[in-house]
Write a protein that binds this ligand. Structure first.
Ligand code: HEM
Length: 326
């Protein structure tokens, strides 16, 4: 029998081997043999969905971001709670869109390969396809994520970056997720798609410093048009494009808007006031930078898609994404 110190070392080696199986890395084509064709299935289903409603593309891109920033990319955003205390119940998530789309695709995937493909991976593919079908870049997503079964409202409230944050604040929110300032300015470029509800920015228009004033950083005519569109601080019914130039096209319109003082959210406008992020906005204001933006966006999306990923035997594969957790 081996002496106890040797046995301890053998156990330690076995434990770290097991841990390395449990914490396998994400990889390309993870489902190649276990569910061949799943990425095509997802893309075809989304193509049909977008043909009926092109505006849902931006919803799916944001969905992946809000999933990844809270407990990692583990589809915990999809979980429901009986007493309204899940991530999805947190204020910044009340405007998220795309739950039914992911659930419908998951049902199709389940029919082809039961209990093989995670909801988190479907969300990552959907975000990629939303960009692709908006004339943005195509790229391979890493897969192999597994789903989490814990979802807490407080974590969504503490981990999602605030829409009135400056670059120092936003950078900190990104840094705790292992993302850089470059990731911040590049991923903010996702605001080339989609809309915001008035309350997410209306303080800039009607009450910037608490005396009924407007954010002086906003381009004057843009401020006037927002004032007319929202008609007051609390208009929850109206939405405004995040990229006033080309709302449904994945391009440089967002950076051109920000550069011109027409960034809708305070967090968008903030980017042009910091020297590093401002320099990037300046470069992206030039039409010849489109390929650079696409290449940067792919890298940053892959970085974001790695946040807190559960792999190996960690987490679970569930049949429906939105089951109740309490
Ligand atoms: C930098 C920090 C960020 C902040 C503070 C922020 C904040 C917001 C806010 C307040 C809205 C509008 C919500 C509403 O009122 O309807 C929004 C929309 C959106 N965000 Fe962000 N966001 C950030 C980063 C990101 C990232 C990293 C992505 C994706 C990679 C993203 C994708 C989107 C998209 C696509 C929309 C439009 C959604 C739709 O049309 O339904 N955002 N964001």
């Amino acid at each position: 029998m081996a002496p106890s110190s040797t046995r301890f070392l053998i156990l330690l080696a076995a434990a770290s081997l097991l841990a390395s199986f449990a914490r396998a890395d994400l990889q390309y084509d993870f489902y190649n043999t276990s569910c061949p064709g799943v990425e095509t299935l997802v893309r075809d289903a989304l193509n049909a969905t977008f043909a009926a409603d092109s505006t849902i593309r931006s919803g799916l891109l944001r969905f992946h971001f809000h999933d990844c920033f809270v407990r990692g990319c583990d589809a915990s955003i999809m979980l429901q709670s009986h007493n309204g205390t899940a991530e999805k119940d947190a204020n910044p998530n009340l405007t998220l869109r795309g739950y039914e789309v992911i659930e419908a695709i998951k049902a199709k995937v389940e029919a082809a390969c039961p209990l093989v493909v995670s909801c988190a991976d479907i969300m990552a593919m959907a975000a990629r396809d939303a960009v692709y079908f908006s004339e943005g870049p195509d790229y391979q997503v890493e897969t192999g994520r597994r789903d989490g079964n814990v979802s807490m409202m407080e974590e969504a409230l503490s981990d999602l970056p605030p829409a009135d944050g400056n670059v120092t604040v936003l950078t900190k929110f990104f840094a705790v997720k292992n993302l850089t300032m470059k990731d911040l300015v590049v991923l903010s470029g996702a605001h080339t798609l989609g809309v915001s509800h008035c309350p997410s920015f209306s303080h800039r228009v009607y009450n910037y410093t608490g005396v009924g004033d407007e954010d002086p950083s906003m381009e004057a005519e843009y401020g006037q048009s927002l004032n007319a569109t929202c008609g007051g601080l609390d208009n929850v019914a109206t939405v405004v494009p995040l990229d006033a130039v080309t709302t449904e096209k994945f391009d440089l319109g967002y950076y051109q808007s920000v550069y011109a003082g027409k960034g809708l959210l305070q967090s968008d406008d903030a980017l042009r006031h910091d020297s590093l992020t401002g320099a990037y906005v300046g470069v992206m204001n030039n039409a010849s930078s489109l390929d650079t933006f696409f290449a940067d966006f792919i890298v940053s999306m892959i970085n974001m898609g790695r946040i807190g990923a559960r792999t190996g035997t960690d987490g679970e594969i569930r049949e429906t994404c939105g089951i109740y957790v309490d």
